[in-house]
Ligand binder design. Structure first.
Ligand SMILES: Cc1cc2nc3c(=O)[nH]c(=O)nc-3n(C[C@H](O)[C@H](O)[C@H](O)COP(=O)(O)OP(=O)(O)OC[C@H]3O[C@@H](n4cnc5c(N)ncnc54)[C@H](O)[C@@H]3O)c2cc1C
Length: 367
C-alpha cells in the first residue's frame, strides 16, 4: 500500500512523487514511456520555476543547459527586453531535465514503473492492465488529455483554446543570453538557448498545419541566422491549451501539471506550475486534507492565467501589439514591471498600479 500512486511520469508526476517523499510519504509512479522522455516544449525554466525545481531536490548545474538573463520581445517595428530581477532562468533540453528528475526520484525511493500504462482506477488504487497498485491517494499527472481526470469525474468546463507548437533544435552558438519571443502576423516563434552550442526553436500558431519552416521566412533576420545551422533533433509537435478545471481534487484523486489545467505555452509557466502544484499537493496530503489542494491550486493558477490572457490578446490584435511594444520601447520600466509580475516578484495589484494603468493611459493618449 503506497501513500500516493501517480499516473504519469512526466515532470509533474515525478515532481508529485518527489514532494511526497520529502514529506515522508511513500510514492509510486507509472508511465508507458521510459526516461529520458522527450516532448515538444520551449525548454525555458523561468527563475521561479528553477527555484521550485531546486526545492524538490533537483538542482541542474548551469552546464546542464544555458542560463538566460531575461526575456526579449521582437516584432517588425520594435524590440524590447528586460532582465529578471532575481537572477537567471535556465534553458535545458527536455530529455536532460527528465533524466535528472527520474534519477532523483529513484534515489529518493520512489517506486518507478516505466513502460506501464495506467488503464483505470479501482477502489483500492491504480489499475495497470492485470496489476493493481494499492494506494491511499491517487495523482493524475497524465498530461493534457488526462484519462484520470475523466475517470475521476473532474472534467473541465468552458472553452478550450488550442494553439499548435512545433519544436526543433539547431546547433548554433546562442547569440544572446535572453529568451527571445518573435511576433509576426499569424504566428509566434520563441527561441531558448539550451547549451553553449544549441538553441531550441518553437513556432506557435492557431493553424495546425503551420510548421516551423513555413513561419521562419516571415522573420528574415532569424531565418538568416538559422539557415545554415544543422538541426540536432527531429521536429516534434504539441498542442498548447488554455484550460481551467474548477475542481482538481476529490477525497482520493488529485490532478497535477497539465492534467489539472493549463495556460498558453508562450507564458513559459507550464513546468514551474507543475512543480508548485507538487509542493502544494504533498502538503495537503501530509495534513490529510486533500481539499486544501483545491484552494492552493486556484491561487497558483491566478497569475499565469492573467499573463496568458494578456499575451494571447497581444497575439490576436496586431495593432494593439504594435502599440504596446512601442510603449514598452519608449518606457522600458513598464516592460520590466510586467516581467517582475510574470516571475512572481511583485503582486498583481502592484503590476496593475505600476504597469497596466500607465500602459492603458499611454495607449489611450498615443497618436
Ligand atoms: C509548444 C509548447 C512549448 C512549451 N514551452 C514551455 C516552456 O518553455 N517552459 C515551460 O515551463 N513550459 C512549457 N510548456 C508547457 C510544458 O511542456 C508542460 O506544462 C509540461 O510538459 C507539463 O508536464 P506534465 O508532466 O503535466 O505533462 P506531460 O509532460 O505531457 O507528461 C505526461 C506524462 O503522462 C504519461 N501518460 C499519459 N497517459 C498515461 C497513462 N494512461 N498512464 C500512465 N502515464 C500516462 C505520458 O507518457 C507522459 O510521460 C510548453 C508546452 C508546449 C505545448
Amino acid at each position: 500500500m503506497f501513500d500516493l500512486a501517480v499516473a504519469g511520469g512526466g515532470p509533474a508526476g515525478l515532481a508529485a512523487a518527489l514532494a511526497a517523499r520529502q514529506r515522508g510519504l511513500t510514492a509510486a509512479v507509472a508511465d508507458p514511456g521510459q526516461p529520458p522522455i522527450d516532448k515538444a516544449c520551449g525548454e525555458g525554466l523561468l527563475p521561479d520555476s528553477l527555484a521550485a525545481l531546486r526545492a524538490l531536490g533537483v538542482d541542474p548545474p548551469p552546464s546542464a543547459g544555458f542560463p538566460f538573463a531575461g526575456i526579449r520581445f521582437l516584432s517588425r517595428d520594435a524590440h524590447v527586453d528586460a532582465r529578471f530581477p532575481q537572477g537567471p532562468g535556465l534553458g535545458i533540453r527536455r530529455t536532460i531535465l527528465h533524466q535528472m528528475m527520474a534519477d532523483r526520484a529513484a534515489q529518493a525511493g520512489v517506486k518507478l514503473l516505466w513502460r506501464r500504462r495506467v488503464t483505470g482506477l479501482s477502489s483500492r488504487g491504480l489499475i495497470l492492465g492485470d496489476r493493481e497498485i494499492p494506494a491511499r491517494w491517487i495523482a493524475g499527472a497524465d498530461g493534457q488529455n488526462s484519462r484520470v481526470r475523466n475517470w475521476a469525474g473532474l472534467e473541465s468546463t468552458g472553452r478550450v483554446q488550442p494553439r499548435f507548437g512545433f519544436r526543433l533544435h539547431y546547433l548554433i552558438e546562442p547569440w544572446t543570453d535572453f529568451m527571445e519571443v518573435y511576433w509576426c502576423d499569424g504566428a509566434q516563434i520563441y527561441v531558448a538557448p539550451v547549451a553553449h552550442n544549441e538553441v531550441c526553436v518553437v513556432a506557435l500558431s492557431r493553424n495546425p498545419h503551420l510548421r516551423l519552416e513555413a513561419v521562419l521566412p516571415r522573420l528574415p533576420a532569424l531565418h538568416a541566422r538559422l539557415k545554415n545551422a544543422p538541426t540536432s533533433s527531429a521536429e516534434r509537435g504539441a498542442i498548447s491549451i488554455v484550460r481551467r478545471i474548477p475542481r482538481v481534487a476529490s477525497s482520493r484523486v488529485a490532478l497535477i501539471g497539465d492534467a489539472s489545467g493549463s495556460v498558453d505555452a508562450v507564458t513559459g509557466f507550464g513546468l514551474g506550475l507543475a512543480f508548485r502544484h507538487a509542493h502544494s499537493l504533498a502538503g495537503a496530503l501530509y495534513r490529510g486534507r486533500p481539499d486544501d489542494y483545491n484552494t492552493a491550486h486556484r491561487r497558483l493558477m491566478r497569475r499565469p492565467a492573467l499573463m496568458s490572457s494578456l499575451l494571447l490578446t497581444l497575439d490576436r490584435i496586431p495593432l494593439l501589439r504594435r502599440r504596446v511594444l512601442n510603449a514598452f520601447r519608449e518606457h522600458p520600466n513598464l516592460f520590466e514591471t510586467m516581467l517582475s509580475m510574470h516571475v512572481g516578484e511583485i503582486s498583481a495589484a502592484t503590476f496593475t498600479r505600476d504597469a497596466l494603468l500607465p500602459l492603458g493611459w499611454r495607449l489611450l493618449t498615443a497618436r
